[in-house]
Write a protein that binds this ligand. Sequence first.
Ligand code: TYM
Length: 330
Amino acid sequence: MKTVLSGIRPTGNLHLGNYYGAMINFLKMQEENKCYFFIADWHSLTTHPNPQLLHANVRNILSEYLACGLDPEKATIYVQSDVPEIAELYLLLNMHAYLGELEKTVSFKEKARQNPENVNAGLLTYPVLMATDILIHNADYVPVGKDQEQHLEMTRNYAKRFNSKYGVEYFKEPAAYNYGKELIKIPGLDGSGKMGKSDGNCIYLIDEPKTIEKKVKKALTDNGPEAPNTPKPDYIENLFTILKVVSTPEVVAYYDNLWNTGETKWYGNLKKQLAEDIIKVTAPVQERIGHIKNDDAYLRKVTKEGAEKARESARKTLKEVREIMGFKSF
Ligand code: TYM
């Protein structure tokens, strides 16, 4: 049985990008693997969240995970800060992470450019914390979207570096869950590259059908193809990318064909179909979310039991890592 680990920062609600990037096949995944799904609340500290919002966001993501069908009987669902062993392994791994490589990380450079007044040490070592999350359970697979590809590569480097430094075959080199295929990037509806919470271009799993219809209707389009078989501009390609994950291959082929024959005046139908198929994904989540979100006793039970299971696995790793590194008790 393989170990799979997936994480999400609690900075809002789950959106379609998270769903298709980090939760692909998660229902099947939790049946066939030892799964860890966690909420990366320490990771969100790099942007100094308001403490009240931090807790509310953890509640959001946790309830939405559960409403999506993650089953605490099958998968271990936990909050990162409930597992203090992660902090110790992070400290140990930090000693093997070098400034040069951390400064070159794309996400670091991007965030440092966007917020030059808050280039904190946690931001710099973010990839080490993410590697720790993965290595603390010695995960084989990590479902992630394209934006996390470099972090996963760095995790493999830290695993290799640790093994070679101490002459052991201890850490596995984790692969993306859909290894071998391109990682997915769900685009925004505003014609931009990526659907992201901070970009305000998301469809959230909790968006009501009317909101989804409205958002999809507003997506950027044009007057249609100028001639048959021309390449699609990015903003049209984006709509097709989303269509490909929510609709059937027949539907995609139908609209692809309309584009290729150079026909116009079908964007309205495409958007209607797209909204309809997105709603098919989100409707079951919404049905369940209401009562889960307000059920404190249930959320407490899930996080308590999740933390216990996660800590058991984390303690084992930490004990072995300490021994490998030469820590001994008197
Ligand atoms: P975060 O919170 O930004 O996103 C959570 C997951 O959703 C994926 N994702 C997307 N995938 C495709 N298209 C998109 N538009 C899109 N937007 C988000 C992300 O790739 C990610 O898989 N550093 C991580 C959280 C994390 C983590 C981990 C993930 C911390 N430790 C260990 C995996 C393993 C992050 O910021 O993801």
